[in-house]
Design a protein around this ligand. Structure first.
Ligand code: NAD
Ligand code: UDP
Length: 389
């Protein structure tokens, strides 16, 4: 337990609080639970349908933490216990969602329900019971950049006003209905608008977080090891899986899309600042990303191949990447975001937060984790059975 008194950014003591964290068993939730338990005195009511990623926090060996975390196996779609937990807490953080692009095409209904309908009771219970809410949205609400509509060789594409994504100024530009990535974006946008309206009309104290590609250990799963063999996780886990198996990394439509990646541990610092500085965070929407870590997906693949070879001692792949069409990889109806650079003005001004970790460093620590966690299991899974005499 944290022994010193915690103070907020204005020098006031931060009192211990109870946090109802929905989706606590996922990638971001697991890191947030760890951070809260190891650095603060807050209690966590952890709600999820799974707890594999937070098992280490729930075991009796972690005695000093066990008393401050309670796991509730609840599906928020249909469970009357949810309102009671929100009432018991000072703050609710909602992370629950289907947020993997491969699911947007294959499970479009689940995607919309999960990101909009299922979040409705959470917003309602917080509003009716005067409880603060931190809701996780996505950078995907911005959709395509204005610059993507300019000719490929237009010098205006280099002008930040055509690509920088700002919470209070940028439009939300989505593609057609049959491109179902935008159904995820649209569901997230609508719940943001609802949260905002609850704040404006009924005084809900809220903060909305728009993550820009947070990556690190425990993100998603490695197909065939701790997830379905045919499953398609997000890019970090896809490329890790290829590297662990010694296969070329698959570049969807040439890997030309651009992303900015932020280390999960940096991003979690930002969330803790929001938790402990309600006066500065309430009523705001925050981009949380690292504008300095921009790469194309192809550059990410090449860097991951180089880092993996360094941390695993395995020779570099002769052919590190291979092109694959989005139709082949994701099926009909896939569309992509072209470029995502977060404007950091609001989070800098309100919380003084900046990310610290370079892309190389975050890949080095993440791929060290992936190698340590999965290499042996993959070796065993792919070992040829010994022929019997
Ligand atoms: P994740 O899939 O690892 O975690 C989501 C968790 O929610 C899972 O553990 C899942 O079991 C749980 N969940 C889903 N539906 C539930 C239900 N009905 N009842 C109970 N639990 C349920 O995803 P993540 O990367 O940790 O993302 C968390 C949030 O952040 C999501 O809202 C996502 O849209 C948003 N986000 C994340 C990123 C990123 O870079 N990781 C980017 C954009 C947005
Ligand atoms: N991608 C890829 N190969 C893969 C997995 C993903 O080229 O094996 C691409 C995908 O098409 C997208 C980017 O990587 O352009 C990031 O995908 P991710 O699933 O991480 O989520 P997104 O950032 O699109 O929400």
């Amino acid at each position: 337990m944290a022994s010193t008194v915690r103070v907020d950014l204005d020098g006031n003591e931060v009192k211990a609080m109870t946090i109802c964290m929905i989706g606590a068993g996922g990638f971001i939730g697991s890191h947030l639970c760890e951070k809260i338990l190891s650095e603060t005195s807050h209690k966590v009511l952890a709600v999820d349908v799974y707890n594999d990623k937070i098992k280490h926090l729930l075991e009796p060996q972690t005695k000093q933490w066990v008393e401050r975390i309670q796991f509730h196996r609840i599906n928020i779609k249909h469970d009357s216990r949810l309102e009671g937990l929100i009432k018991m807490a000072d703050l609710t953080i909602n992370l629950a969602a289907i947020c993997t692009p491969a699911d947007y095409n294959t499970r479009p209904l689940d995607t919309i329900y999960s990101n909009f309908i299922d979040a409705l009771p959470v917003v309602k219970y917080c509003s009716e019971n005067n409880k603060r809410l931190i809701h996780f949205s996505t950078c995907e609400v911005y959709g395509k950049t204005i610059g993507s509509f300019l000719p490929k060789d237009s010098p205006l594409r280099e002008d930040p006003q055509f690509y920088l994504l700002s919470e209070d100024a940028s439009p939300c530009i989505f593609g057609p209905i049959e491109k179902q990535r935008w159904s995820y974006a649209c569901a997230k946008q609508l719940i943001e608008r609802l949260v905002y309206a609850e704040g404006a009309e009924n005084g809900l104290e809220f903060t909305i977080v728009r993550p820009f590609n947070w990556i690190g250990p425990r993100m998603d799963f490695i197909p065939g090891i701790d997830g379905p063999s045919e499953g398609v996780p997000r890019v970090l886990a896809c490329f890790s899986n290829n590297l662990l198996r010694g296969e070329p990394l698959k570049l969807v439509d040439g890997g030309e899309s651009q992303r900015t990646f932020v280390y999960i541990k940096d991003a979690i610092e930002a969330v803790l600042l929001m938790i402990e500085n309600p006066a500065r965070a309430n009523g705001h929407i925050f981009n949380v990303g690292n504008p300095h870590n921009e790469v194309t997906v192809k550059q990410l693949a090449e860097m991951m191949a180089e880092v993996y070879s360094k941390v695993s001692g395995e020779p570099a792949l002769e052919q590190p990447t291979i092109d694959v069409s989005s139709k082949e990889f994701y099926g009909e109806g896939y569309d992509d975001s072209d470029k995502r650079i977060p404007d950091m003005t609001i989070i800098n001004r309100q919380l003084g937060w900046n990310p610290k970790t370079s892309l190389w460093d975050l890949l080095e620590s993440t791929l060290t984790y992936q190698h340590r966690t999965y290499a042996e299991a993959i070796k065993q899974a792919t070992a040829k059975p010994v022929a019997s005499s």
